[in-house]
Every structure is written in structure tokens, then in C-alpha cells.
Design a protein around this ligand. Structure first.
Ligand SMILES: NC(=O)c1ccc[n+]([C@@H]2O[C@H](COP(=O)([O-])OP(=O)(O)OC[C@H]3O[C@@H](n4cnc5c(N)ncnc54)[C@H](O)[C@@H]3O)[C@@H](O)[C@H]2O)c1
Length: 316
């Protein structure tokens, strides 16, 4: 006769006795159990934090980025933090090239096809400026990666979902709050690209709704990731000009975006479709923000050194 199922609480007691670490994956309990996911821009920031959470929650993950060394480093980190991960592979892909994106999605044919596509890769170029000073080549490069790259990701995800007769799928496209509110510190090409992502995502959501394929756009506020922080450097006035708009007094963290992406990717969000999903600490709802010290921020998993998939005590 088969053993009765073990609850996480019972298991965490027995695991301390046996020394064997129990994980969400070892219980087959993950929120994305059995789903195949592709994440672009997976080598850092939001992309890497999302891959870590996806793997912890039972997904098979294909990490894609333009930089092979960065991908190697990121996937090693993931495997160190989530030793219970099912399948984790990497593929170099320039999202602005359709052949690369097609090859990326086709790679999942042997896994059973894609279920979750997170079109997250994006750039904000240092030479992006206002209507007068933005060089045309920067405009074109930004649209090629941030808009065309998302279109290619959506297109090949739909082709794959149909090819594998999927009755549901979740596509999440990274936009930005700058597509919702105007900024006096211009980055016109970037802002226009993110507005296009919102409009494209909305239309795709409606077109494919009865196939069960959901499309949502993630709108992060300015974050504590290299994309913005490298650009701000230690220029305190430039930093303060932005921080003051946050009700909590701080930039967002990549992990806070990844948690939202996990929800959008999972079947828990089955009735969430076509949304501009804003994760901004209230920034776009604020007029005058409170004074006082900023709130503490959560730690990004990628900055930790110990396993993050262990079930500890009664918490998961
Ligand atoms: N950081 C922020 O403040 C912020 C705010 C709003 C939206 N976003 C958006 O979030 C997404 C992720 O950014 P992040 O903050 O994690 O920054 P990040 O720079 O850490 O990540 C972006 C990743 O995309 C990759 N990439 C760049 N060009 C690519 C290409 N052509 N093909 C494939 N990969 C490519 C980079 O190598 C990098 O790993 C981007 O779309 C960005 O525009 C970021």
C-alpha cells in the first residue's frame, strides 16, 4: 500500500531528522508545476528574479538573453539557489531578430511547447533624450528591441501554443510606468516603445481571448536594477528627483516585479487579461508623498547565497 501523503509541516520535521531538504518541487506543489516557460532578458534584474521564482514553483525554464557569459552566470546562480529545479536551459537570443526568437520558441517543441512567455528584454539607451536630441539610430534600435522583440515573442508563442493544441497560455510583456505618466526627464524613444507594448498587448489579449491565451503587460516603476541604477550612478540630486515620487520613499526591487509576473503566469490569474498590470508602490497614484525615512526593501533572491527553495518550518 502506498504511503499516505506527507504534509509540508510533517516533512519539515522529518527533514531535519534525515538531513534531506524538502522543497515545493519535491511535493509536486508548485504554482507552475509542469509548465514550460521562456523568459527573455533572463540574465539579470527582473528576468533572473522571475526565472528563480518560476523554477522554485515547478516550471521548466528556458532562459534567454543576448549575452552568453551573463546567461552562464545567471543560470549557475539559479541552479545554486534552486537545486530542486526541474529543467533549466539557456539560449542566446537577440529578440530583435525573428530567426532567433523562432529558434528560441521552437526549442521547446521537445518539451511539449510553450505555456508561459515572458517578453521582458528591453533597453533604455544612454543617448535617448527629448524630441530634438534623440538620434534616429537610437530611436530605431530602441523600437527594434523593445517593440519588435515583443511582437516576435508574442507571434511565435501563439504559433507554438496552437501547434501544441494548448487550451491556455500566458504571455506577459514588460512595459513601464513611463507609458502611463509623463516624465520631465525625457527618454522619448523608450517611452514611445513602452506605450506601443501596452497597445499591442491589449489588442492581442482580445484577439486571442477565446483560444485561452492571455496577454498582460507588466508596468514596473523605476527599479533598483542596473538598467536604471548604472545610469543614475552616485548623482544624488538626480536620484532624489525620482525617489521623492515614491510614497514609500524607495525604488522598487526586481523581486517585487517577479512576484507579480509569477501571479500573471499562473492559472491563479485566469480572469486577468489585457491589463496594464502596474507594480509601482503607488507611484502613479500619488500627488504629494509622505516625508520621513524610506521603508525597507525586500532582498532579491539573486543576492542570496543559500538555497531558496527549501521549505522551512511551517512557511514555504
Ligand atoms: N529597471 C527599471 O527601472 C525598469 C522600469 C520599468 C521597466 N523596466 C523594463 O524591465 C525590463 C527588464 O529590465 P531590468 O530592469 O531587469 O534591466 P536589466 O538591464 O537588468 O535587464 C535587461 C536584460 O535584457 C537583455 N537584453 C538587452 N537587449 C537584448 C536583446 N536584443 N535581446 C535579448 N536580450 C536583451 C540584457 O542583456 C539584460 O540582461 C526591460 O524591458 C525594462 O525596460 C525596467
Amino acid at each position: 500500500m502506498a504511503d499516505p501523503p506527507v504534509t509540508p509541516q510533517e516533512s519539515s520535521r522529518s527533514s531535519s531528522a534525515t538531513g534531506k531538504v524538502q522543497t515545493i518541487n519535491s511535493f509536486g506543489m508548485g504554482r507552475l508545476l509542469g509548465k514550460n516557460a521562456i523568459v527573455t532578458g533572463a540574465a539579470g534584474g527582473i528576468g533572473l528574479e522571475t526565472c528563480i521564482l518560476f523554477a522554485k514553483e515547478g516550471a521548466n525554464v528556458l532562459m534567454a538573453d543576448i549575452s552568453k557569459p551573463a546567461l552562464d552566470k545567471a543560470s549557475s546562480k539559479l541552479k545554486q539557489l534552486v537545486p530542486s529545479a526541474h529543467k533549466v536551459e539557456i539560449q542566446v537570443c537577440d529578440v530583435s531578430k525573428e530567426a532567433d526568437v523562432k529558434a528560441l520558441v521552437d526549442h521547446l517543441d521537445t518539451w511539449g511547447g510553450v505555456d508561459i512567455m515572458f517578453n521582458n528584454a528591453g533597453i533604455m539607451h544612454a543617448d535617448d533624450a527629448d524630441a530634438i536630441d534623440t538620434p534616429e539610430k537610437i530611436w530605431d534600435l530602441t523600437q527594434a528591441i523593445n517593440v519588435k522583440g515583443v511582437w516576435f515573442g508574442c507571434k511565435h508563442a501563439v504559433i507554438s501554443l496552437r501547434k501544441h493544441n494548448k487550451i491556455r497560455g500566458s504571455i506577459i510583456n514588460t512595459a513601464s510606468v513611463v507609458a502611463l505618466v509623463g516624465s520631465a526627464t525625457p527618454q522619448l524613444a523608450y517611452t514611445a516603445s513602452k506605450g506601443a507594448v501596452l497597445a499591442m498587448t491589449r489588442e492581442l489579449a482580445i484577439v486571442h481571448a477565446r483560444e485561452g491565451f492571455r496577454f498582460n503587460a507588466l508596468c514596473p516603476a523605476p527599479l533598483n536594477t542596473p538598467l536604471l541604477q548604472d545610469w543614475l550612478g552616485d548623482d544624488q540630486p538626480k536620484r532624489y528627483r525620482r525617489e521623492i515620487h515614491f510614497p514609500s520613499g524607495r525604488f522598487g526591487e526586481a523581486i517585487e516585479q517577479a512576484q507579480a509576473v509569477l501571479f500573471l503566469a499562473s492559472d491563479e490569474s485566469s480572469f486577468v487579461n489585457g491589463q496594464d498590470f502596474v507594480v509601482d508602490g503607488g507611484m502613479t497614484k500619488a500627488y504629494v508623498t509622505p516625508e520621513g525615512p524610506p521603508l525597507a526593501a525586500p532582498k532579491n533572491n539573486a543576492l542570496l547565497s543559500e538555497q531558496v527553495d527549501a521549505i522551512r518550518g511551517t512557511g514555504i
